[in-house]
Design a protein. Structure first.
Length: 230
């Protein structure tokens, strides 16, 4: 039967790169390798731009859950390209519960979000309180992408520090948030490390990632090393 799902899968398998599949599978231990086709991201992005113009795109968004990792990424790229804020939010709320890996979670960053900082922030609160690993991770990721520059407020890192999770992929995003925040809002963020307001693993991982960044000065790196928790 020539279903939409089958047509999309056929198109994705036509772009398969087995070496890339093997490499990428090692980066995502939470995903069964049999569910990874092996399509390079630039190719998938290009395909998504063309697919978004077709009548099939809206119907594809209703085909949850998807079978393959690349189908999920295609879904994410379609949401990313949406120009209506409400539509993008509704599509994310439907999709995020099915996200099962860090890569799909982190690739989605709708440009339309920049135009609605207050509305997006209220949604971020909900995502971070969802109790779902990758929905929480997505919410923190949006806070990192859109609220560390001119939109920054001191309550935002406090929200992130208040997230306590036994999930590696949540804690890794918290560490990434604070490492990026050190690069952009050093004076406001430093007390979180001086006062040890994060879990020890997350605290040390954030310092490690900050020290690896070329956006942190040599002097700052020297001092941050002294703040590592034993």
């Amino acid at each position: 039967m020539d279903t939409l799902e089958k047509r999309v899968q056929t198109a994705l398998f036509a772009m398969q790169d087995l070496e890339y599949k093997a490499f990428h599978s090692r980066l995502m231990p939470t995903v069964d390798p049999d569910r990874i086709i092996g399509v390079r991201t630039p190719q998938l992005r290009k395909f998504s731009r063309e697919f978004a113009k077709s009548q099939d795109a809206a119907a594809f968004l209703d085909l949850l859950p998807h079978t393959y990792y690349e189908e999920n990424n295609l879904h994410g790229f379609l949401i990313e390209g949406m120009k209506d804020f409400g539509q993008a939010i509704a599509a994310l709320d439907a999709f995020l519960p099915y996200v099962d890996n860090w890569a799909t979670c982190d690739l989605i960053s709708p440009k339309i979000f920049k135009k609605y900082p207050q509305e997006l922030f209220e949604k971020i609160r909900q995502w971070m309180a969802s109790g779902q690993t990758y929905t929480i991770r997505f919410g923190i990721g949006m806070l990192m992408r859109f609220y560390l520059d001119e939109q920054f407020q001191s309550e935002y890192p406090t929200m992130v520090a208040a997230v306590h999770s036994g999930e590696y992929y949540v804690n890794m995003m918290i560490a990434w948030y604070f490492a990026t925040a050190l690069a952009k809002q050093y004076d406001a963020i430093l007390p979180y490390f001086q006062q040890k307001m994060l879990e020890p693993w997350t605290h040390n991982k954030a310092i490690q990632k900050a020290i690896e960044s070329n956006r942190i000065t040599v002097e700052q790196k020297v001092y941050l090393r002294t703040l590592k928790m034993k």
